[in-house]
Design a protein around this ligand. Structure first.
Ligand SMILES: Nc1nc2c(ncn2[C@@H]2O[C@H](COP(=O)(O)OP(=O)(O)OP(=O)(O)O)[C@@H](O)[C@H]2O)c(=O)[nH]1
Ligand SMILES: [Mg+2]
Length: 294
């Protein structure tokens, strides 16, 4: 039975890479749904996370923060962002206190100022500053921004208040998804993402950006899940780096991913990793299609 005063709606989180969009969504959901790292451009797909309460169902869309479209992949990522905020009930413009307003912030604000949905500006990483004057930040916001909130996605500071404001802006509507559903994405999506996260944490420079992960087998048995994953790299020279001495790096990626997924799925997970060179996959339409960028 649907209650008459039930609220449900879509909230997209957009903003500069590395400002903490995925960390915020995970914090609100209390689950590590979207991968995060200290490097920009960690998120590549729009990841939906569903927050349920007896009175609400709020669907968050965590989007990739993209840099200049140097590659075809980045163009596709930017399309995901604009698609994500077309039909939302609330837009969260995410930024961080250090460095605000960056050119990137100004560009995003310029892009969204004509939207009709309410816009919440979220200033993240308050934990990094001793004190600040909100007026110095707010004066850079266009009038389209409905409200602003200062938070720390890392420590949880002011997140309850943010959630209260989000609930306020969500319209009265029946739930869109089952209430025990956490995401609209299949488990194999999370398997791929966790392996990507392991790579982001373990390697510097170009490697995280030059790799892609494909799940080739996802087999659920009563007592465990077995996953075969293919890691694409762009060049021969990247192969010894990703594999490591005697396979040490690959082993670390595997162990990290098995641990994370076992916790997430509540069942033992066994992963087999394979490495393949797919030259310049970031520029190839067919390769991107295989990765799910349409
Ligand atoms: N100090 C501090 N660090 C934070 C906070 N929120 C996120 N971070 C860190 O900022 C980095 C980037 O966080 P992500 O959540 O991956 O950022 P993102 O905006 O999703 O980045 P992209 O997916 O690349 O667009 C990570 O190292 C986080 O741990 C915060 O409130 N305080
Ligand atoms: Mg992210």
């Amino acid at each position: 039975m649907i209650k008459a005063d039930f609220k449900s709606g879509f909230v997209a989180i957009i903003g500069k890479p590395n400002t903490g969009k995925s960390t915020l969504m995970n914090r609100i959901l209390g689950e590590k749904l979207s991968i995060t790292s200290a490097k920009p451009q960690t998120t590549r797909y729009a990841v939906k996370g569903i927050w349920n309460s007896p009175q609400h169902q709020i669907i968050f869309i965590d989007t990739p923060g993209y840099l200049k479209p140097r590659y075809e992949m980045q163009e596709k990522m930017s399309r995901i962002i604009s698609d994500s905020f077309k039909d939302v009930d609330l837009l969260i413009f995410m930024t961080q206190i250090p460095g605000f307003p960056s050119d990137y912030d100004s560009e995003v604000l310029d892009m969204i100022k004509h939207l009709r949905c309410p816009i919440l500006a979220v200033f993240n990483k308050v934990d990094l500053v001793q004190e600040y004057d909100p007026a110095q930040f707010l004066k850079h916001l266009p009038s389209a921004v409905t409200e602003s909130i200062f938070v720390s996605a890392r420590t949880g500071a002011n997140i309850e208040h943010l959630l209260e404001r989000i609930r306020h802006f969500i319209p009265y509507h029946d739930p869109y998804y089952d209430e025990d559903q956490l995401s609209d994405l299949p488990l194999r999506f999370f398997a791929r993402e966790v392996i990507r996260e392991a790579i982001f944490h373990q390697f510097e420079d170009e490697i995280p950006y030059a790799t892609a992960v494909l799940i080739e087998r996802f087999q659920e048995t009563p007592h465990k899940v077995v996953i075969d994953a293919m890691i694409w790299i762009e060049r021969q020279s990247q192969k010894p780096i990703i594999i490591g001495k005697g396979g040490a790096n690959l082993k670390r990626i595997r162990e990290y991913s098995e641990l994370q997924l076992t916790e997430f799925m509540q069942i033992p997970v066994e992963i087999h990793l394979f490495v393949k060179i797919n030259e310049n996959w970031r520029k190839k339409g067919t390769a991107l299609k295989e990765l799910g960028f349409n």
